[in-house]
Design a protein around this ligand. Structure first.
Ligand SMILES: Nc1ncnc2c1ncn2[C@@H]1O[C@H](COP(=O)(O)OP(=O)(O)OP(=O)(O)O)[C@@H](O)[C@H]1O
Ligand SMILES: [Mg+2]
Length: 344
């Protein structure tokens, strides 16, 4: 009875990874976290006039979108709509939860404030924000307390974040708001301009999952892929055959940008961090780390050993959960969490 009362009155602590593609939320009760696409349905004015064909099914899928771009909230109203039902499900007692959330390292104070406002608007009582790669490193099982530099790169949907951790602290970071979304967009545009066919989001994702980006570009070794999209002239489904090389060619400029940012980030490391990173190599997390061949491309470009991590898509939320467990017994733990000051 007393335990029951205590639970009703206790202030719950939850963890949130609000990503551009996926939102993960942990209710703080020792269960698994929940994962949902970061998509909000936009209500159309003419929603009653559905024609029962694929074109309208396709059009309807276009009316869902993420309230985030490049890892940050661009539409706070929809971010609240996305989070509200998820936070509601974490409620157990009378009190609103305290939330530990994660943000890319290059976010401005204003962007982090918007994240906090969205989570508060969805029903949290307080919000504390930590850098995503710091959480990712903990979630990936990296010993962040080591007194030597460890380099982690998280490639997500909207942001590629590079961070050096040393002695439990984030000591260097650099990010670019280019990631998997841009790869899919590049493929979409290439197919659209060549075939006048619009591919669906699931097909674009499937392509980035299947194509080996690290393979040498060889136009003679074209292997065909059959896809169905919507012909933008006739507004009807059309099957097309594309070859892998076309897709790799479309992906290459985006991959080059991501790899270039990583290379520049590493080149700018203070010398003592750079020497230590030479020994430890780099760890990859985020959905983008699963792109076939990205480890080979990175190893060739940086001359560093590349370590793939277990469950890279969930490293951030797993790390946030671990951190939450370490802190939540401390009274008003969220007040002691501050955003690190990083060298610019
Ligand atoms: N096996 C895979 N191969 C290639 N890409 C993958 C694979 N698994 C996931 N992805 C891609 O990873 C992206 C999502 O990554 P992730 O969930 O880390 O992003 P996010 O956390 O929502 O975004 P961000 O942190 O940038 O705001 C999607 O574009 C998805 O297609
Ligand atoms: Mg992420």
């Amino acid at each position: 009875m007393l335990a029951c009362f205590r639970q009703i009155l206790a202030q719950p602590s939850i963890a949130i990874d609000l990503g551009t593609a996926n939102t993960r939320i942990y209710a703080g009760r020792g269960e698994d976290f929940r994962e949902e696409p970061s998509l909000v349905q936009h209500i159309r004015q003419d929603q009653k006039v559905h024609a029962p064909d694929d074109y309208f099914t396709y059009l309807n899928t276009q009316f869902t979108s993420s309230p985030l771009r490049g890892g940050v909230i661009v539409d706070i109203h929809n971010a609240v709509s996305l989070l509200k039902p998820l936070l509601k499900q974490t409620r157990t007692g009378l009190r609103h939860p305290v939330s530990l959330a994660c943000a890319p390292t290059d976010t401005s104070e204003k962007e982090r404030k918007r994240l906090a406002e969205a989570i508060l608007g969805a029903g949290a009582a307080h919000v504390a924000i930590i850098p995503e790669p710091w959480a990712a490193a903990i979630g990936a099982g990296i010993d962040v307390s080591k007194p030597t530099s460890q380099l982690l790169i998280d490639i997500g949907e909207g942001v590629t974040d590079l961070a050096v951790l040393r002695g439990g602290r984030l000591v260097y970071a650099s990010a670019v708001r280019t990631a998997c979304h841009d790869l899919q967009q590049a493929i979409k545009n290439a197919v659209l301009s060549r075939y006048r066919v619009n591919l669906s989001q699931p097909d674009l994702e499937r392509l980035t999952h299947e194509i080996d980006s690290g393979r040498e570009y060889d136009p003679t070794a074209a292997s065909p892929i059959n896809l169905t999209g919507i012909d933008i002239i006739r507004h009807l489904p059309r099957e097309i055959t594309v070859n892998r090389e076309e897709i790799i060619k479309a992906m290459t400029p985006v991959l080059t940008k991501i790899l270039g940012m990583i290379e520049t980030g590493i080149r700018r490391l203070p010398p003592w961090f750079a020497t230590e990173v030479q020994d430890s190599g780099l760890w990859l997390t985020g959905g983008g780390s699963c792109i076939r061949g990205i480890d080979r491309l990175l190893a060739a470009r940086t001359n560093l050993a590349v370590h793939l991590t277990p469950d890279p898509n969930h490293a951030v939320i797993n790390g946030a959960i671990k951190a939450l467990h370490g802190w939540k017994e401390q009274a008003e733990w969220w007040k002691r969490i501050t955003w690190p000051t990083l060298p610019s």
